[in-house]
Design a binder for this molecule. Structure first.
Ligand SMILES: [Zn+2]
Length: 157
């Protein structure tokens, strides 16, 4: 089920300003990012996936789960363009896109959308995970539009 996107990397063209603070529940997620692998939790009782990380299934409350590699493909569920630096550490990155990506497996992740001008980002566009390696030794996930995913013209022929 692993797609060709696993391990894809896009250039981290800016310094890392905000470092994730893993919890015991989210540590496996960040460890996988460092390997350029997207993993999410899947319940061994009901079979469903969920995100964000927690110590029990968010569907049936079972504590029997596994971290599973996923395709890293999904669709952009919604997004917003940040044009103002609510956090001063992010000022030089403006404008940037924060989106909610719905993975093929169902869960939604809040993430950055990269490799596309903010004005060309569209709800529903197919996206894939990429991994940003920062010099500080931290790897973050982000999503970019998939190949051939430019929004087709809606002009009538
Ligand atoms: Zn479950």
């Amino acid at each position: 089920m692993s797609g060709p996107t696993q391990g894809a990397t896009t250039e981290a063209d800016h310094p890392l300003r905000v470092v994730p603070q893993p919890t015991p529940e989210s540590q496996p997620f960040w460890d996988a990012c460092a390997r350029h692998e997207l993993v999410i939790q899947r319940c061994r009782s009901c079979g469903r996936f969920w995100f964000p990380p927690s110590n029990h299934c968010q569907h049936c409350w079972s504590e029997d789960f596994a971290w599973e590699p996923v395709s890293g493909r999904g669709e952009l569920y919604t997004f917003t363009v940040y044009r103002r630096a609510y956090a001063p550490e992010l000022a030089e990155q403006l404008p940037y896109v924060v989106g909610v990506v719905e993975l093929e497996q169902g869960p939604r992740l809040i993430t950055n959308i990269v490799d596309r001008e903010p004005g060309d980002v569209r709800v529903g566009m197919p996206v894939e995970v990429v991994f940003l390696d920062f010099p500080a030794g931290v790897t973050l996930h982000a999503f970019r539009p998939r190949e051939n995913s430019r929004t087709p013209s809606t002009r009538a022929v």
